[in-house]
Write a protein that binds this ligand. Structure first.
Ligand code: GAP
Length: 438
């Protein structure tokens, strides 16, 4: 298990403005979080890296951005209304509620420690309900989507027709999802509002197994290409009794979190369950017509379903490092440059006007290319440490010599090595050092 504790990450994330508790000034809403300046950049970088790998870099996947609120019939046909629930038990001693399938010991309450005090499990439905329109009656009930996937199935034919796609092809989407989780837990790992990155890959039924393997390999490679340690990742096939109602086979990509192995992403063979169910419920024929073979059939679907908020959290954990430098402990986030919220920090050695002025010029020359931070307060050593702690790959220092030689010092986050570079060469120098990474 990695040495870093959950508390260490939560502390760093809150102290440095990655993540705040939602509605903090009112005491906080349990299980909803707000992303501060650095967290918003980190999320954006993970989102962009996923979109690039899954959509832009491929000629067989296109993007979609569908609505969160959908016709209630969608959830009837998809099976969510009848099956999307978790077993809830309540401790009759302390009245706390738990997901039975997540208890270490199904007989012992993790809150008060009493044994044999749980009620019989009851299925607790996870979809958030609300009303659409001015009248709050049963006919006005709508649901917040619990997965982004259904928006893709609903638009399967729209997208196929307008983008003139032929099998095999995928439709990808990133967006918010909502689940009324019984036990939100472990900071942003399991929350009631979160963001997903999902792709539905439609193929001929006989090719489904081969595409399933393709996406297992591709998704594992995505995490390691973004710097996640390979020995902190593993694939775990679901047992038959764990499979979702739509799945013929699912493997989870698991990450070695501070509390042990846990799910990062699920990659499922959803068969033709969804297109068939929506065809039958809507009366629209969603079968694919193969002109050459003159046959109609329901495509099978392979679905890599990742959590954006959960991935960002995992990248944060994986990047965390501490090392001894002299008699100090240096905290450094070894984030892949692609994911680092700030790419370059520009630091004047002192607050003197002439240095601050050159700092402004240097920052302006870099700002249109990368996320830049200018920091003028406290000693340069402390500012380096602050940038190390948020994972900034390079610090550029403007000192008094700069006024004469028009050169600056570039410091590398990981090696702490410093090189002197003329200001005019700085953008090209950084471009070269980032090359291929961003
Ligand atoms: N469409 C399939 C689907 O939604 P899932 O395994 O329930 O599958 C996919 O969810 C991913 O979404 C998970 O692997 C996880 O990363 C993320 N996820 C699910 N529930 C979550 C929650 N309550 N909080 C944060 N992330 C969550």
């Amino acid at each position: 298990m990695p040495d870093v504790t959950l508390d260490t990450i939560v502390n760093l994330a809150q102290r440095r403005g990655f993540v705040f508790q939602s509605s903090e000034i009112y005491g906080g809403v349990r299980s909803a979080y707000d992303y501060g300046p650095l967290g918003a950049e980190l999320l954006r970088n993970v989102r962009d890296a996923w979109w690039e790998a899954m959509v832009r870099d491929r000629d067989d996947v296109v993007g979609l951005d569908s609505a969160i609120i959908q016709a209630p019939k969608v959830w009837e046909a998809s099976g969510h209304l009848s099956s999307f629930s978790d077993p809830l038990v309540e401790c009759t001693n302390c009245n706390n509620r738990f997901r039975q399938d997540k208890l270490d010991d199904p007989e012992q309450c993790p809150s008060c420690g009493k044994r044999g005090t749980f009620t019989e499990p009851r299925e607790f439905h996870l979809m958030f309900k609300t009303f659409m329109g001015p009248v709050e009656d049963d006919a006005a009930i709508v649901y917040l989507r619990p997965e982004t996937a259904q928006g893709i199935f609903l638009n399967y034919e729209n997208v196929r027709r307008t983008a003139r796609l032929r099998l095999p092809f995928g439709i990808a989407q990133i967006g918010k999802a909502f689940r009324n989780e019984i036990t939100p837990e472990k900071f942003v790992f399991r929350t009631r509002e979160f963001e997903q990155m999902e792709m539905e890959f439609f193929c001929r039924p006989e090719e489904a197994e081969q595409w399933h393997q393709h996406w297992l390999d591709a998704r594992m490679a995505w995490y390691t290409a973004l710097g996640m340690k390979a020995d902190h990742l593993r694939l775990r096939p679901h047992d038959a009794d764990e499979l979702s109602h739509y799945s013929a086979a699912t493997s989870d990509i698991e990450y070695l979190f501070p509390w042990g192995w846990d799910e990062l992403e699920g990659i499922a063979n959803r068969t033709d369950f969804d297109l068939r169910a929506h065809s039958e419920a809507s009366g629209q024929d969603l079968r694919y017509y193969d002109q050459e073979a003159d046959e109609r059939f329901y495509p099978y679907v392979i679905e890599p379903a990742a959590g954006l908020t959960r991935s960002a959290f995992s990248f944060l954990i994986d990047a965390y490092d501490e090392e001894q430098v002299g008699d100090e402990t240096r905290v450094v986030l070894r984030l892949h440059p692609r994911l680092a919220p700030i790419k370059v920090a520009v630091l004047p050695l002192s607050k003197k006007d002439e240095l601050v002025e050159v700092t402004g010029e240097v920052a302006a020359a870099l700002r249109h290319r990368w996320a830049i931070e200018v920091d003028v307060t406290q000693s340069i050593g402390r500012r380096y440490r602050r940038q190390d702690e948020i994972g900034t790959p390079y610090c550029v220092t403007v000192d008094f010599d700069t006024l004469d030689d028009r050169a600056v010092t570039v410091r590398d986050r990981d090696s702490m090595e410093q090189v002197r570079i003329p200001i005019t060469d700085l953008p090209a120098h950084l471009e070269e050092r980032f090359a291929g990474a961003i």
